[in-house]
Design a protein around this ligand. Structure first.
Ligand code: NIG
Ligand code: FE
Length: 419
């Protein structure tokens, strides 16, 4: 792989520095005008002004890429997705618009369980075809690392099938994927009325097997009304922890359950959603190492007025991250730029805060911040370039794909066709 000299970065947002970013650090970061990057063997070898980088010995012989004046960021790290699902639930979307609530749809056998019924019948190859399309869309919108959860199998073989699909996807395309076991998404139909038995099964049988095969790195639980209690969630996350699976959780989304406090207690990598946390929860999260991953795509898609208290979390010093929550029920977008727009307009985050939350803090939420999430020496050359004059225009012109070039570990994986 030849060395690469990338110039023509009218604004280069490196996001370099200690991670995670908290409070003012989320919006106070370096912007290099007329910046450049030198890439060697897929990693960043130098970053700075064009003048300084061009002067380096290796720059002279490097292959040159002139971006001609674009805004350049680290590739987005989408730290919460339900990538593997069987098909859209567009019919339920229409029901929701007519006034039937998400929880009511779920209670009548729709929602997550309708995805479960279909996924169980699908072959790994069928699941992969769909996932490849979505991974491609993610890459085209600037994402270079993501997380993918199970949770639409809910029986042993379908959960393992999902995990194996993710393992194969890792080898078949370029994006890095962190895998999360979400066997406790909801109670499967065959355990209806026997939640404790299901929790027991997941904790005693499934988790040790999955941890031992190395198929997942994280363990997640949907801790909410209609899913699992704090007590059940703790049992599953502790079982995962004992086997080496790092906890993360769906916390306080529909109802305040105390899941955010549990996230602090088990030192989860991340507590996600957090729509309904109270002032005490916010303080506890801010004083911890738990990433607070906000998913505004859900409130937007479900047409809810309530959004997570992003400002209070940031002002308290929490390590706020942003992700798509890409899934067929509550947030069917693979596009992190859309999430930036929602973060700014609905969560009242500044464009700078949103970008930091979607890159370096997303990397922190996956505990991959030493390799991805910022453009600094020694990290992967995961780079996204945008056709805008000012980085604030990425969320500002919403619903448009501004991304024109994406590089993963120094290889171009997407380039917008010139008209
Ligand atoms: O993150 N809340 C639970 N899980 C998903 C929704 C999954 C679905 O509806 O299919 C979420 O919002
Ligand atoms: Fe989710």
């Amino acid at each position: 792989m030849p060395d690469l000299l990338i110039t023509g970065c009218s604004q280069l947002l490196t996001l370099r520095g200690p991670a995670p970013r908290r409070g003012r650090e989320l919006r106070d970061f370096e912007i290099i005008r007329d910046g450049a990057l030198l890439v060697r063997e897929g990693e960043i070898h130098a970053v700075g002004t064009r003048k300084n980088v061009e002067r380096l010995r290796h720059s002279r012989r490097a292959k040159k890429i002139d971006l001609g004046g674009r805004v350049v960021l680290p590739g987005f790290v989408d730290s919460h997705t339900h990538l593997i699902f069987p098909e859209s639930r567009a019919a339920e979307y229409e029901k929701g618009i007519a006034g039937v609530s998400y929880e009511k749809i779920a209670k009548s056998g729709g929602g997550i369980l309708s995805s479960v019924r279909k996924l169980r019948r699908m072959s790994p190859d069928e699941l992969k075809v769909r996932a490849h399309v979505h991974l491609r869309q993610m890459a085209e919108h600037g994402t270079t690392t993501l997380e993918a959860k199970t949770g639409y199998g809910l029986d042993f073989s379908s959960e393992v099938k999902t995990l194996e699909v993710v393992r194969e996807l890792r080898l078949e395309q370029r994006l890095d994927i962190a895998t999360t076991f979400l066997g406790a998404h909801v109670v499967p139909p065959e355990y209806k009325g026997r939640t404790e038995d299901f929790v027991d099964l997941v904790a005693r049988i499934w988790i040790p097997y999955i941890a031992q095969t190395g198929l997942a790195q994280f363990c997640d639980v949907f801790c909410d009304r209609g899913a699992f209690t704090v007590h059940q969630t703790a049992r599953i996350l502790m079982a995962g922890l004992v086997c080496g699976l790092t906890p993360r959780l769906h916390a306080d989304q529909m109802m305040r359950t105390g899941a955010a406090r549990l996230a602090v207690r088990v030192q989860a990598a991340s507590a996600d959603h957090l729509d309904k946390v109270n002032a005490g929860d916010i303080r506890a999260l801010a004083d911890s190492k738990v990433a607070c991953t906000l998913l505004p795509g859900c409130s937007f898609h479900l047409g809810l007025k309530h959004y997570a208290p992003a400002r209070a979390l940031i002002d308290a010093g929490a390590a706020v991250a942003l992700a798509t929550d890409f899934n067929p029920g509550t947030s069917p977008t693979p596009n992190m730029q859309m999430i930036l727009s929602l973060a700014c307009s609905a969560l009242r985050m500044t464009p700078a805060e949103a970008i930091a939350a979607a890159t370096i803090n997303g990397a922190y939420a996956l505990r991959r911040h030493s390799r991805v999430g910022s453009l600094e020496v020694g990290k992967f050359a995961d780079i996204a370039a945008f056709d805008v004059d000012d980085y604030r225009e990425i969320p500002y012109y919403f619903g448009v794909n501004h991304c024109s070039l994406v590089m993963k570990r120094g290889s171009v994986i997407f380039e917008k066709a010139e008209n």
